[in-house]
Design a protein around this ligand. Structure first.
Ligand code: SF4
Length: 221
């Protein structure tokens, strides 16, 4: 599926968090070490991907070390991304070719993708202060997304990040796979288990179930 064309989808990449952001010292240090060992990787906060006037915002957890942190595009280059983009393609949220190295002509339609934490964390585990720091960029994102109707959260951390952003109690809007809550501001929060390799390989989530969850989004737009 590798395309010879050069990253037209980069026109949909948007640095809400500046590349120079170092609000999280542990993450900045981790990225600095990867710049030494892998100088050709992206190694910076990962930009948002997709049109700013989209009605749907996918909220993931954090960039994968060899995925988005390497390619510079959310969910591109790792297992979770392959699952996500396949599901998005099934429901016409994207067109063009997808390549795991991001050198493709993939274009998103009416959907934008971000991570709750925009820098790669060690062991894929951001801490609470890092989640809180990066929530400031979610606020910027949401201010700009004036047509937004649905937030599609991948996993509990993303789900809780959305609720915390709006000052809502987690107990009032519990996370579960397939949950859909209408928030007081009119937005829908639709959630799924994260499409991670771990969840798929342990059968917590199948590709079919995930694709069905993505299909559910349309009923809230
Ligand atoms: S995770 Fe977010 S707040 Fe923290 S350094 Fe990266 S971009 Fe900045």
């Amino acid at each position: 599926m590798v395309s010879s064309s050069r990253v037209p989808s980069s026109g949909q990449l948007d640095y809400i968090a500046p590349k120079s952001c170092t609000k999280c010292p542990r993450l900045a240090q981790f990225i600095a070490s990867k710049k030494q060992s892998h100088p050709h990787w992206h190694n910076a906060p990962v930009p948002s991907f997709g049109p700013i006037d989209a009605e749907v915002l996918v909220v993931g957890l954090a960039p994968g070390l060899k995925g988005a942190n390497a390619t510079g595009r959310p969910f591109t280059g790792d297992f979770a991304g392959n699952v996500l983009y396949q599901a998005l393609a099934s429901h016409n949220y994207c067109s063009g070719q997808f390549s795991p190295d991001g050198r493709d002509n993939l274009v998103l339609h009416n959907i934008r993708i971000i991570n709750a934490v925009r820098c790669v964390p060690p062991q894929n585990k951001p801490d609470a202060s890092e989640i809180a720091n990066c929530r400031g960029y979610l606020k910027t994102e949401l201010t700009k997304m004036t047509r937004l109707k649905v937030m599609f959260a991948l996993g509990r951390i993303a789900h809780d990040t959305c609720l915390t952003h709006f000052g809502l109690r987690k107990s009032a809007y519990p996370f579960s796979h397939g949950s859909a809550h209408k928030l007081p501001n009119g937005l829908w929060l639709v959630s799924s288990y994260h499409c991670s390799r771990y969840n798929i390989q342990t059968n917590r989530l199948t590709q079919t179930q995930f694709t069905q969850a993505v299909g559910q989004i349309a009923s809230y737009i």
